[in-house]
Design a protein around this ligand. Structure first.
Ligand code: FAD
Length: 434
């Protein structure tokens, strides 16, 4: 009888909660990964960096496991169907996996848990990708926080060595079931093509921690931010190890970003309506203009506002955008163009290599002013002033827009002062409707 550990957003063997519990179950252990067709079939662009990254990391795991004389089971299909087959094929006693806070994932896990229970198989889940989750950081009245600052105060206050301890999986690796390596589907077999660009390093640059507070708002600097987001998204690094490093370097600003990550996980977990609606329901009444041609100009990076366009071109070219610029491009779409934040959210969702529903939704609702931690709607970023402040020499802008000073660069799609006033008026009207 085996214990299976189902890897999802935790593609590593060290410091992995579910794997640790599986290895300690007393039964031989086999890890499993499912390429989920429900997700993959929906991806229009078959050059998808995320799928490429997962394939790369799954092959790495397969090799690491092969060196220990064990295997990774890899399947391509719908999770519930795959589990039906696995339960037939293997003698499974227990299944271990880590929590996921997305609605789709919670429903999937519930269905799989029930299927396994019918077959007498235990389904055990653990916290792994967050430092604090669910009800671990609550307000004085025991309700979930909806404003970041008090949440973060509580979060930082609770952050002690206990919560950052690693799960020492390595000392139990002998518990892996001994068997020959199994095959991994290729990108081609799943009808994807490689983009073929290297992914950022898995480690945080020495220069970054302790200087992060000074660098993080300047997109032109080479180590402005860590670029670890894809690794955090797929769990190829451990959040606990990273937080320990930041704590050791006494980098509270960096830790605060990890706090935002936990914050948005718990928002999605407690308020699942945010996936489709504004957190503040009254914001669903805003009459967006939703002009398709303007949306397309924004997507292509042709709004005539250099910082907005540089950001969109960075996103389109490398599948990542600097945080400061994410805020500015998102705000521009919602406020200057009055396009529904959900359009922008979906576009980022297609393009970002670090796409994570909770952080992306949180970031977009923040920009639209509709979210948990919103600035008042009458605060509208001025993209020209933002560029002067955060890209004072125009280096970031010129890198992404080489034709900036030529006739080929478009005129501003909308005039700032007019757009600002129009946004304020439209929001006001929408919010006082009922
Ligand atoms: P660093 O600055 O080095 O931060 C370290 C880590 O902290 C990040 O990797 C990330 O995991 C976390 N983090 C940092 N800022 C935030 C934040 N505001 N919210 C949540 N976590 C944060 N982040 C995503 O991981 N996926 C997304 O899909 C995503 N979409 C966004 C959309 C918008 C409109 C905005 C404004 C922000 C979004 N962010 C998203 C948050 C942030 O922009 C990215 O996490 C960050 O730019 C990733 O680069 P980095 O790893 O160099 O970050």
């Amino acid at each position: 009888t085996l214990s299976l550990v189902w890897l999802r957003r935790d593609l590593r063997l060290h410091d992995n909660a579910a794997l640790y519990h599986a290895l300690r179950s007393g039964r031989p252990v086999l890890p499993l990964f499912i390429f989920d067709r429900i997700i993959l079939d929906d991806l229009e662009d078959r050059h998808d960096r995320r799928v490429e990254f997962i394939v790369q990391e799954i092959n790495r795991l397969r090799d690491e496991l092969a060196q220990m004389g064990t295997a990774l089971i890899v399947r391509y299909g719908k999770p519930i169907d795959v589990w039906k087959e696995l339960a037939e094929q293997y003698n499974i006693g227990d299944v271990f996996t880590n929590h996921d806070y997305e609605v789709y994932a919670k429903d999937r896990d519930k269905a799989v848990g029930e299927l396994l229970a019918e077959r007498g198989i235990g389904f055990h889940t653990s916290k792994d990708q967050a430092i604090f989750e669910r009800d671990e950081v609550l307000s004085g009245s025991k309700s979930p926080y909806t404003v970041f600052t008090p949440y973060s105060r509580n979060w930082h206050g609770k952050l002690n060595a206990f919560y950052l301890k690693s799960y020492p999986t390595k000392q139990y690796f002998r518990q892996f079931y001994k068997t020959g390596a199994l095959s991994v589907p290729t990108l081609d077999e799943m009808n994807f093509r490689p983009v073929g660009e290297p992914f950022p390093a898995r480690t945080v640059a020495d220069k970054l921690l302790s200087k992060y507070d000074e660098t993080r708002d300047f997109p032109a600097l080479p180590h402005s931010t860590s670029q670890l987001s894809i690794h955090l998204r797929f769990g190829t690094i451990s959040i606990r190890e990273l937080a320990r490093q930041a704590k050791k370097a006494d980098d509270r600003t960096f830790l605060n970003e990890l706090c935002w990550r936990d914050f948005y996980f718990q928002v999605l977990d407690h308020f699942p309506h945010v996936e489709k609606h504004s957190f503040r329901r009254d914001y669903d009444h805003i009459r967006w203009r939703n002009k398709e041609n303007e949306f397309e100009a924004w997507c292509r990076g042709e709004t005539g506002y250099p910082l907005v366009d540089a950001g969109m071109r960075q996103l389109n070219t490398i599948g990542w955008m600097h945080n400061r610029v994410r805020m500015i491009t998102a705000s521009f779409l919602c406020k200057h163009l009055l396009i529904d934040w959900r359009w922008g959210e979906a576009y980022f969702g297609k393009k970002l290599r670090d796409y994570d529903l909770s952080a992306n939704n949180g970031g977009w609702q923040w920009a639209a002013g509709s979210g948990t931690d919103a600035a008042p709607y009458f605060r509208v970023f001025n993209p020209t002033l933002q560029a002067q402040k955060f890209d004072p020499k125009g280096e970031y802008i010129r890198h992404w827009i080489p034709e900036l000073n030529s006739l080929n660069y478009p005129q501003p799609i909308v005039e700032h002062a007019m757009a600002r006033q129009r946004a304020i008026d439209t929001y006001k009207k929408g919010l006082t409707k009922d």
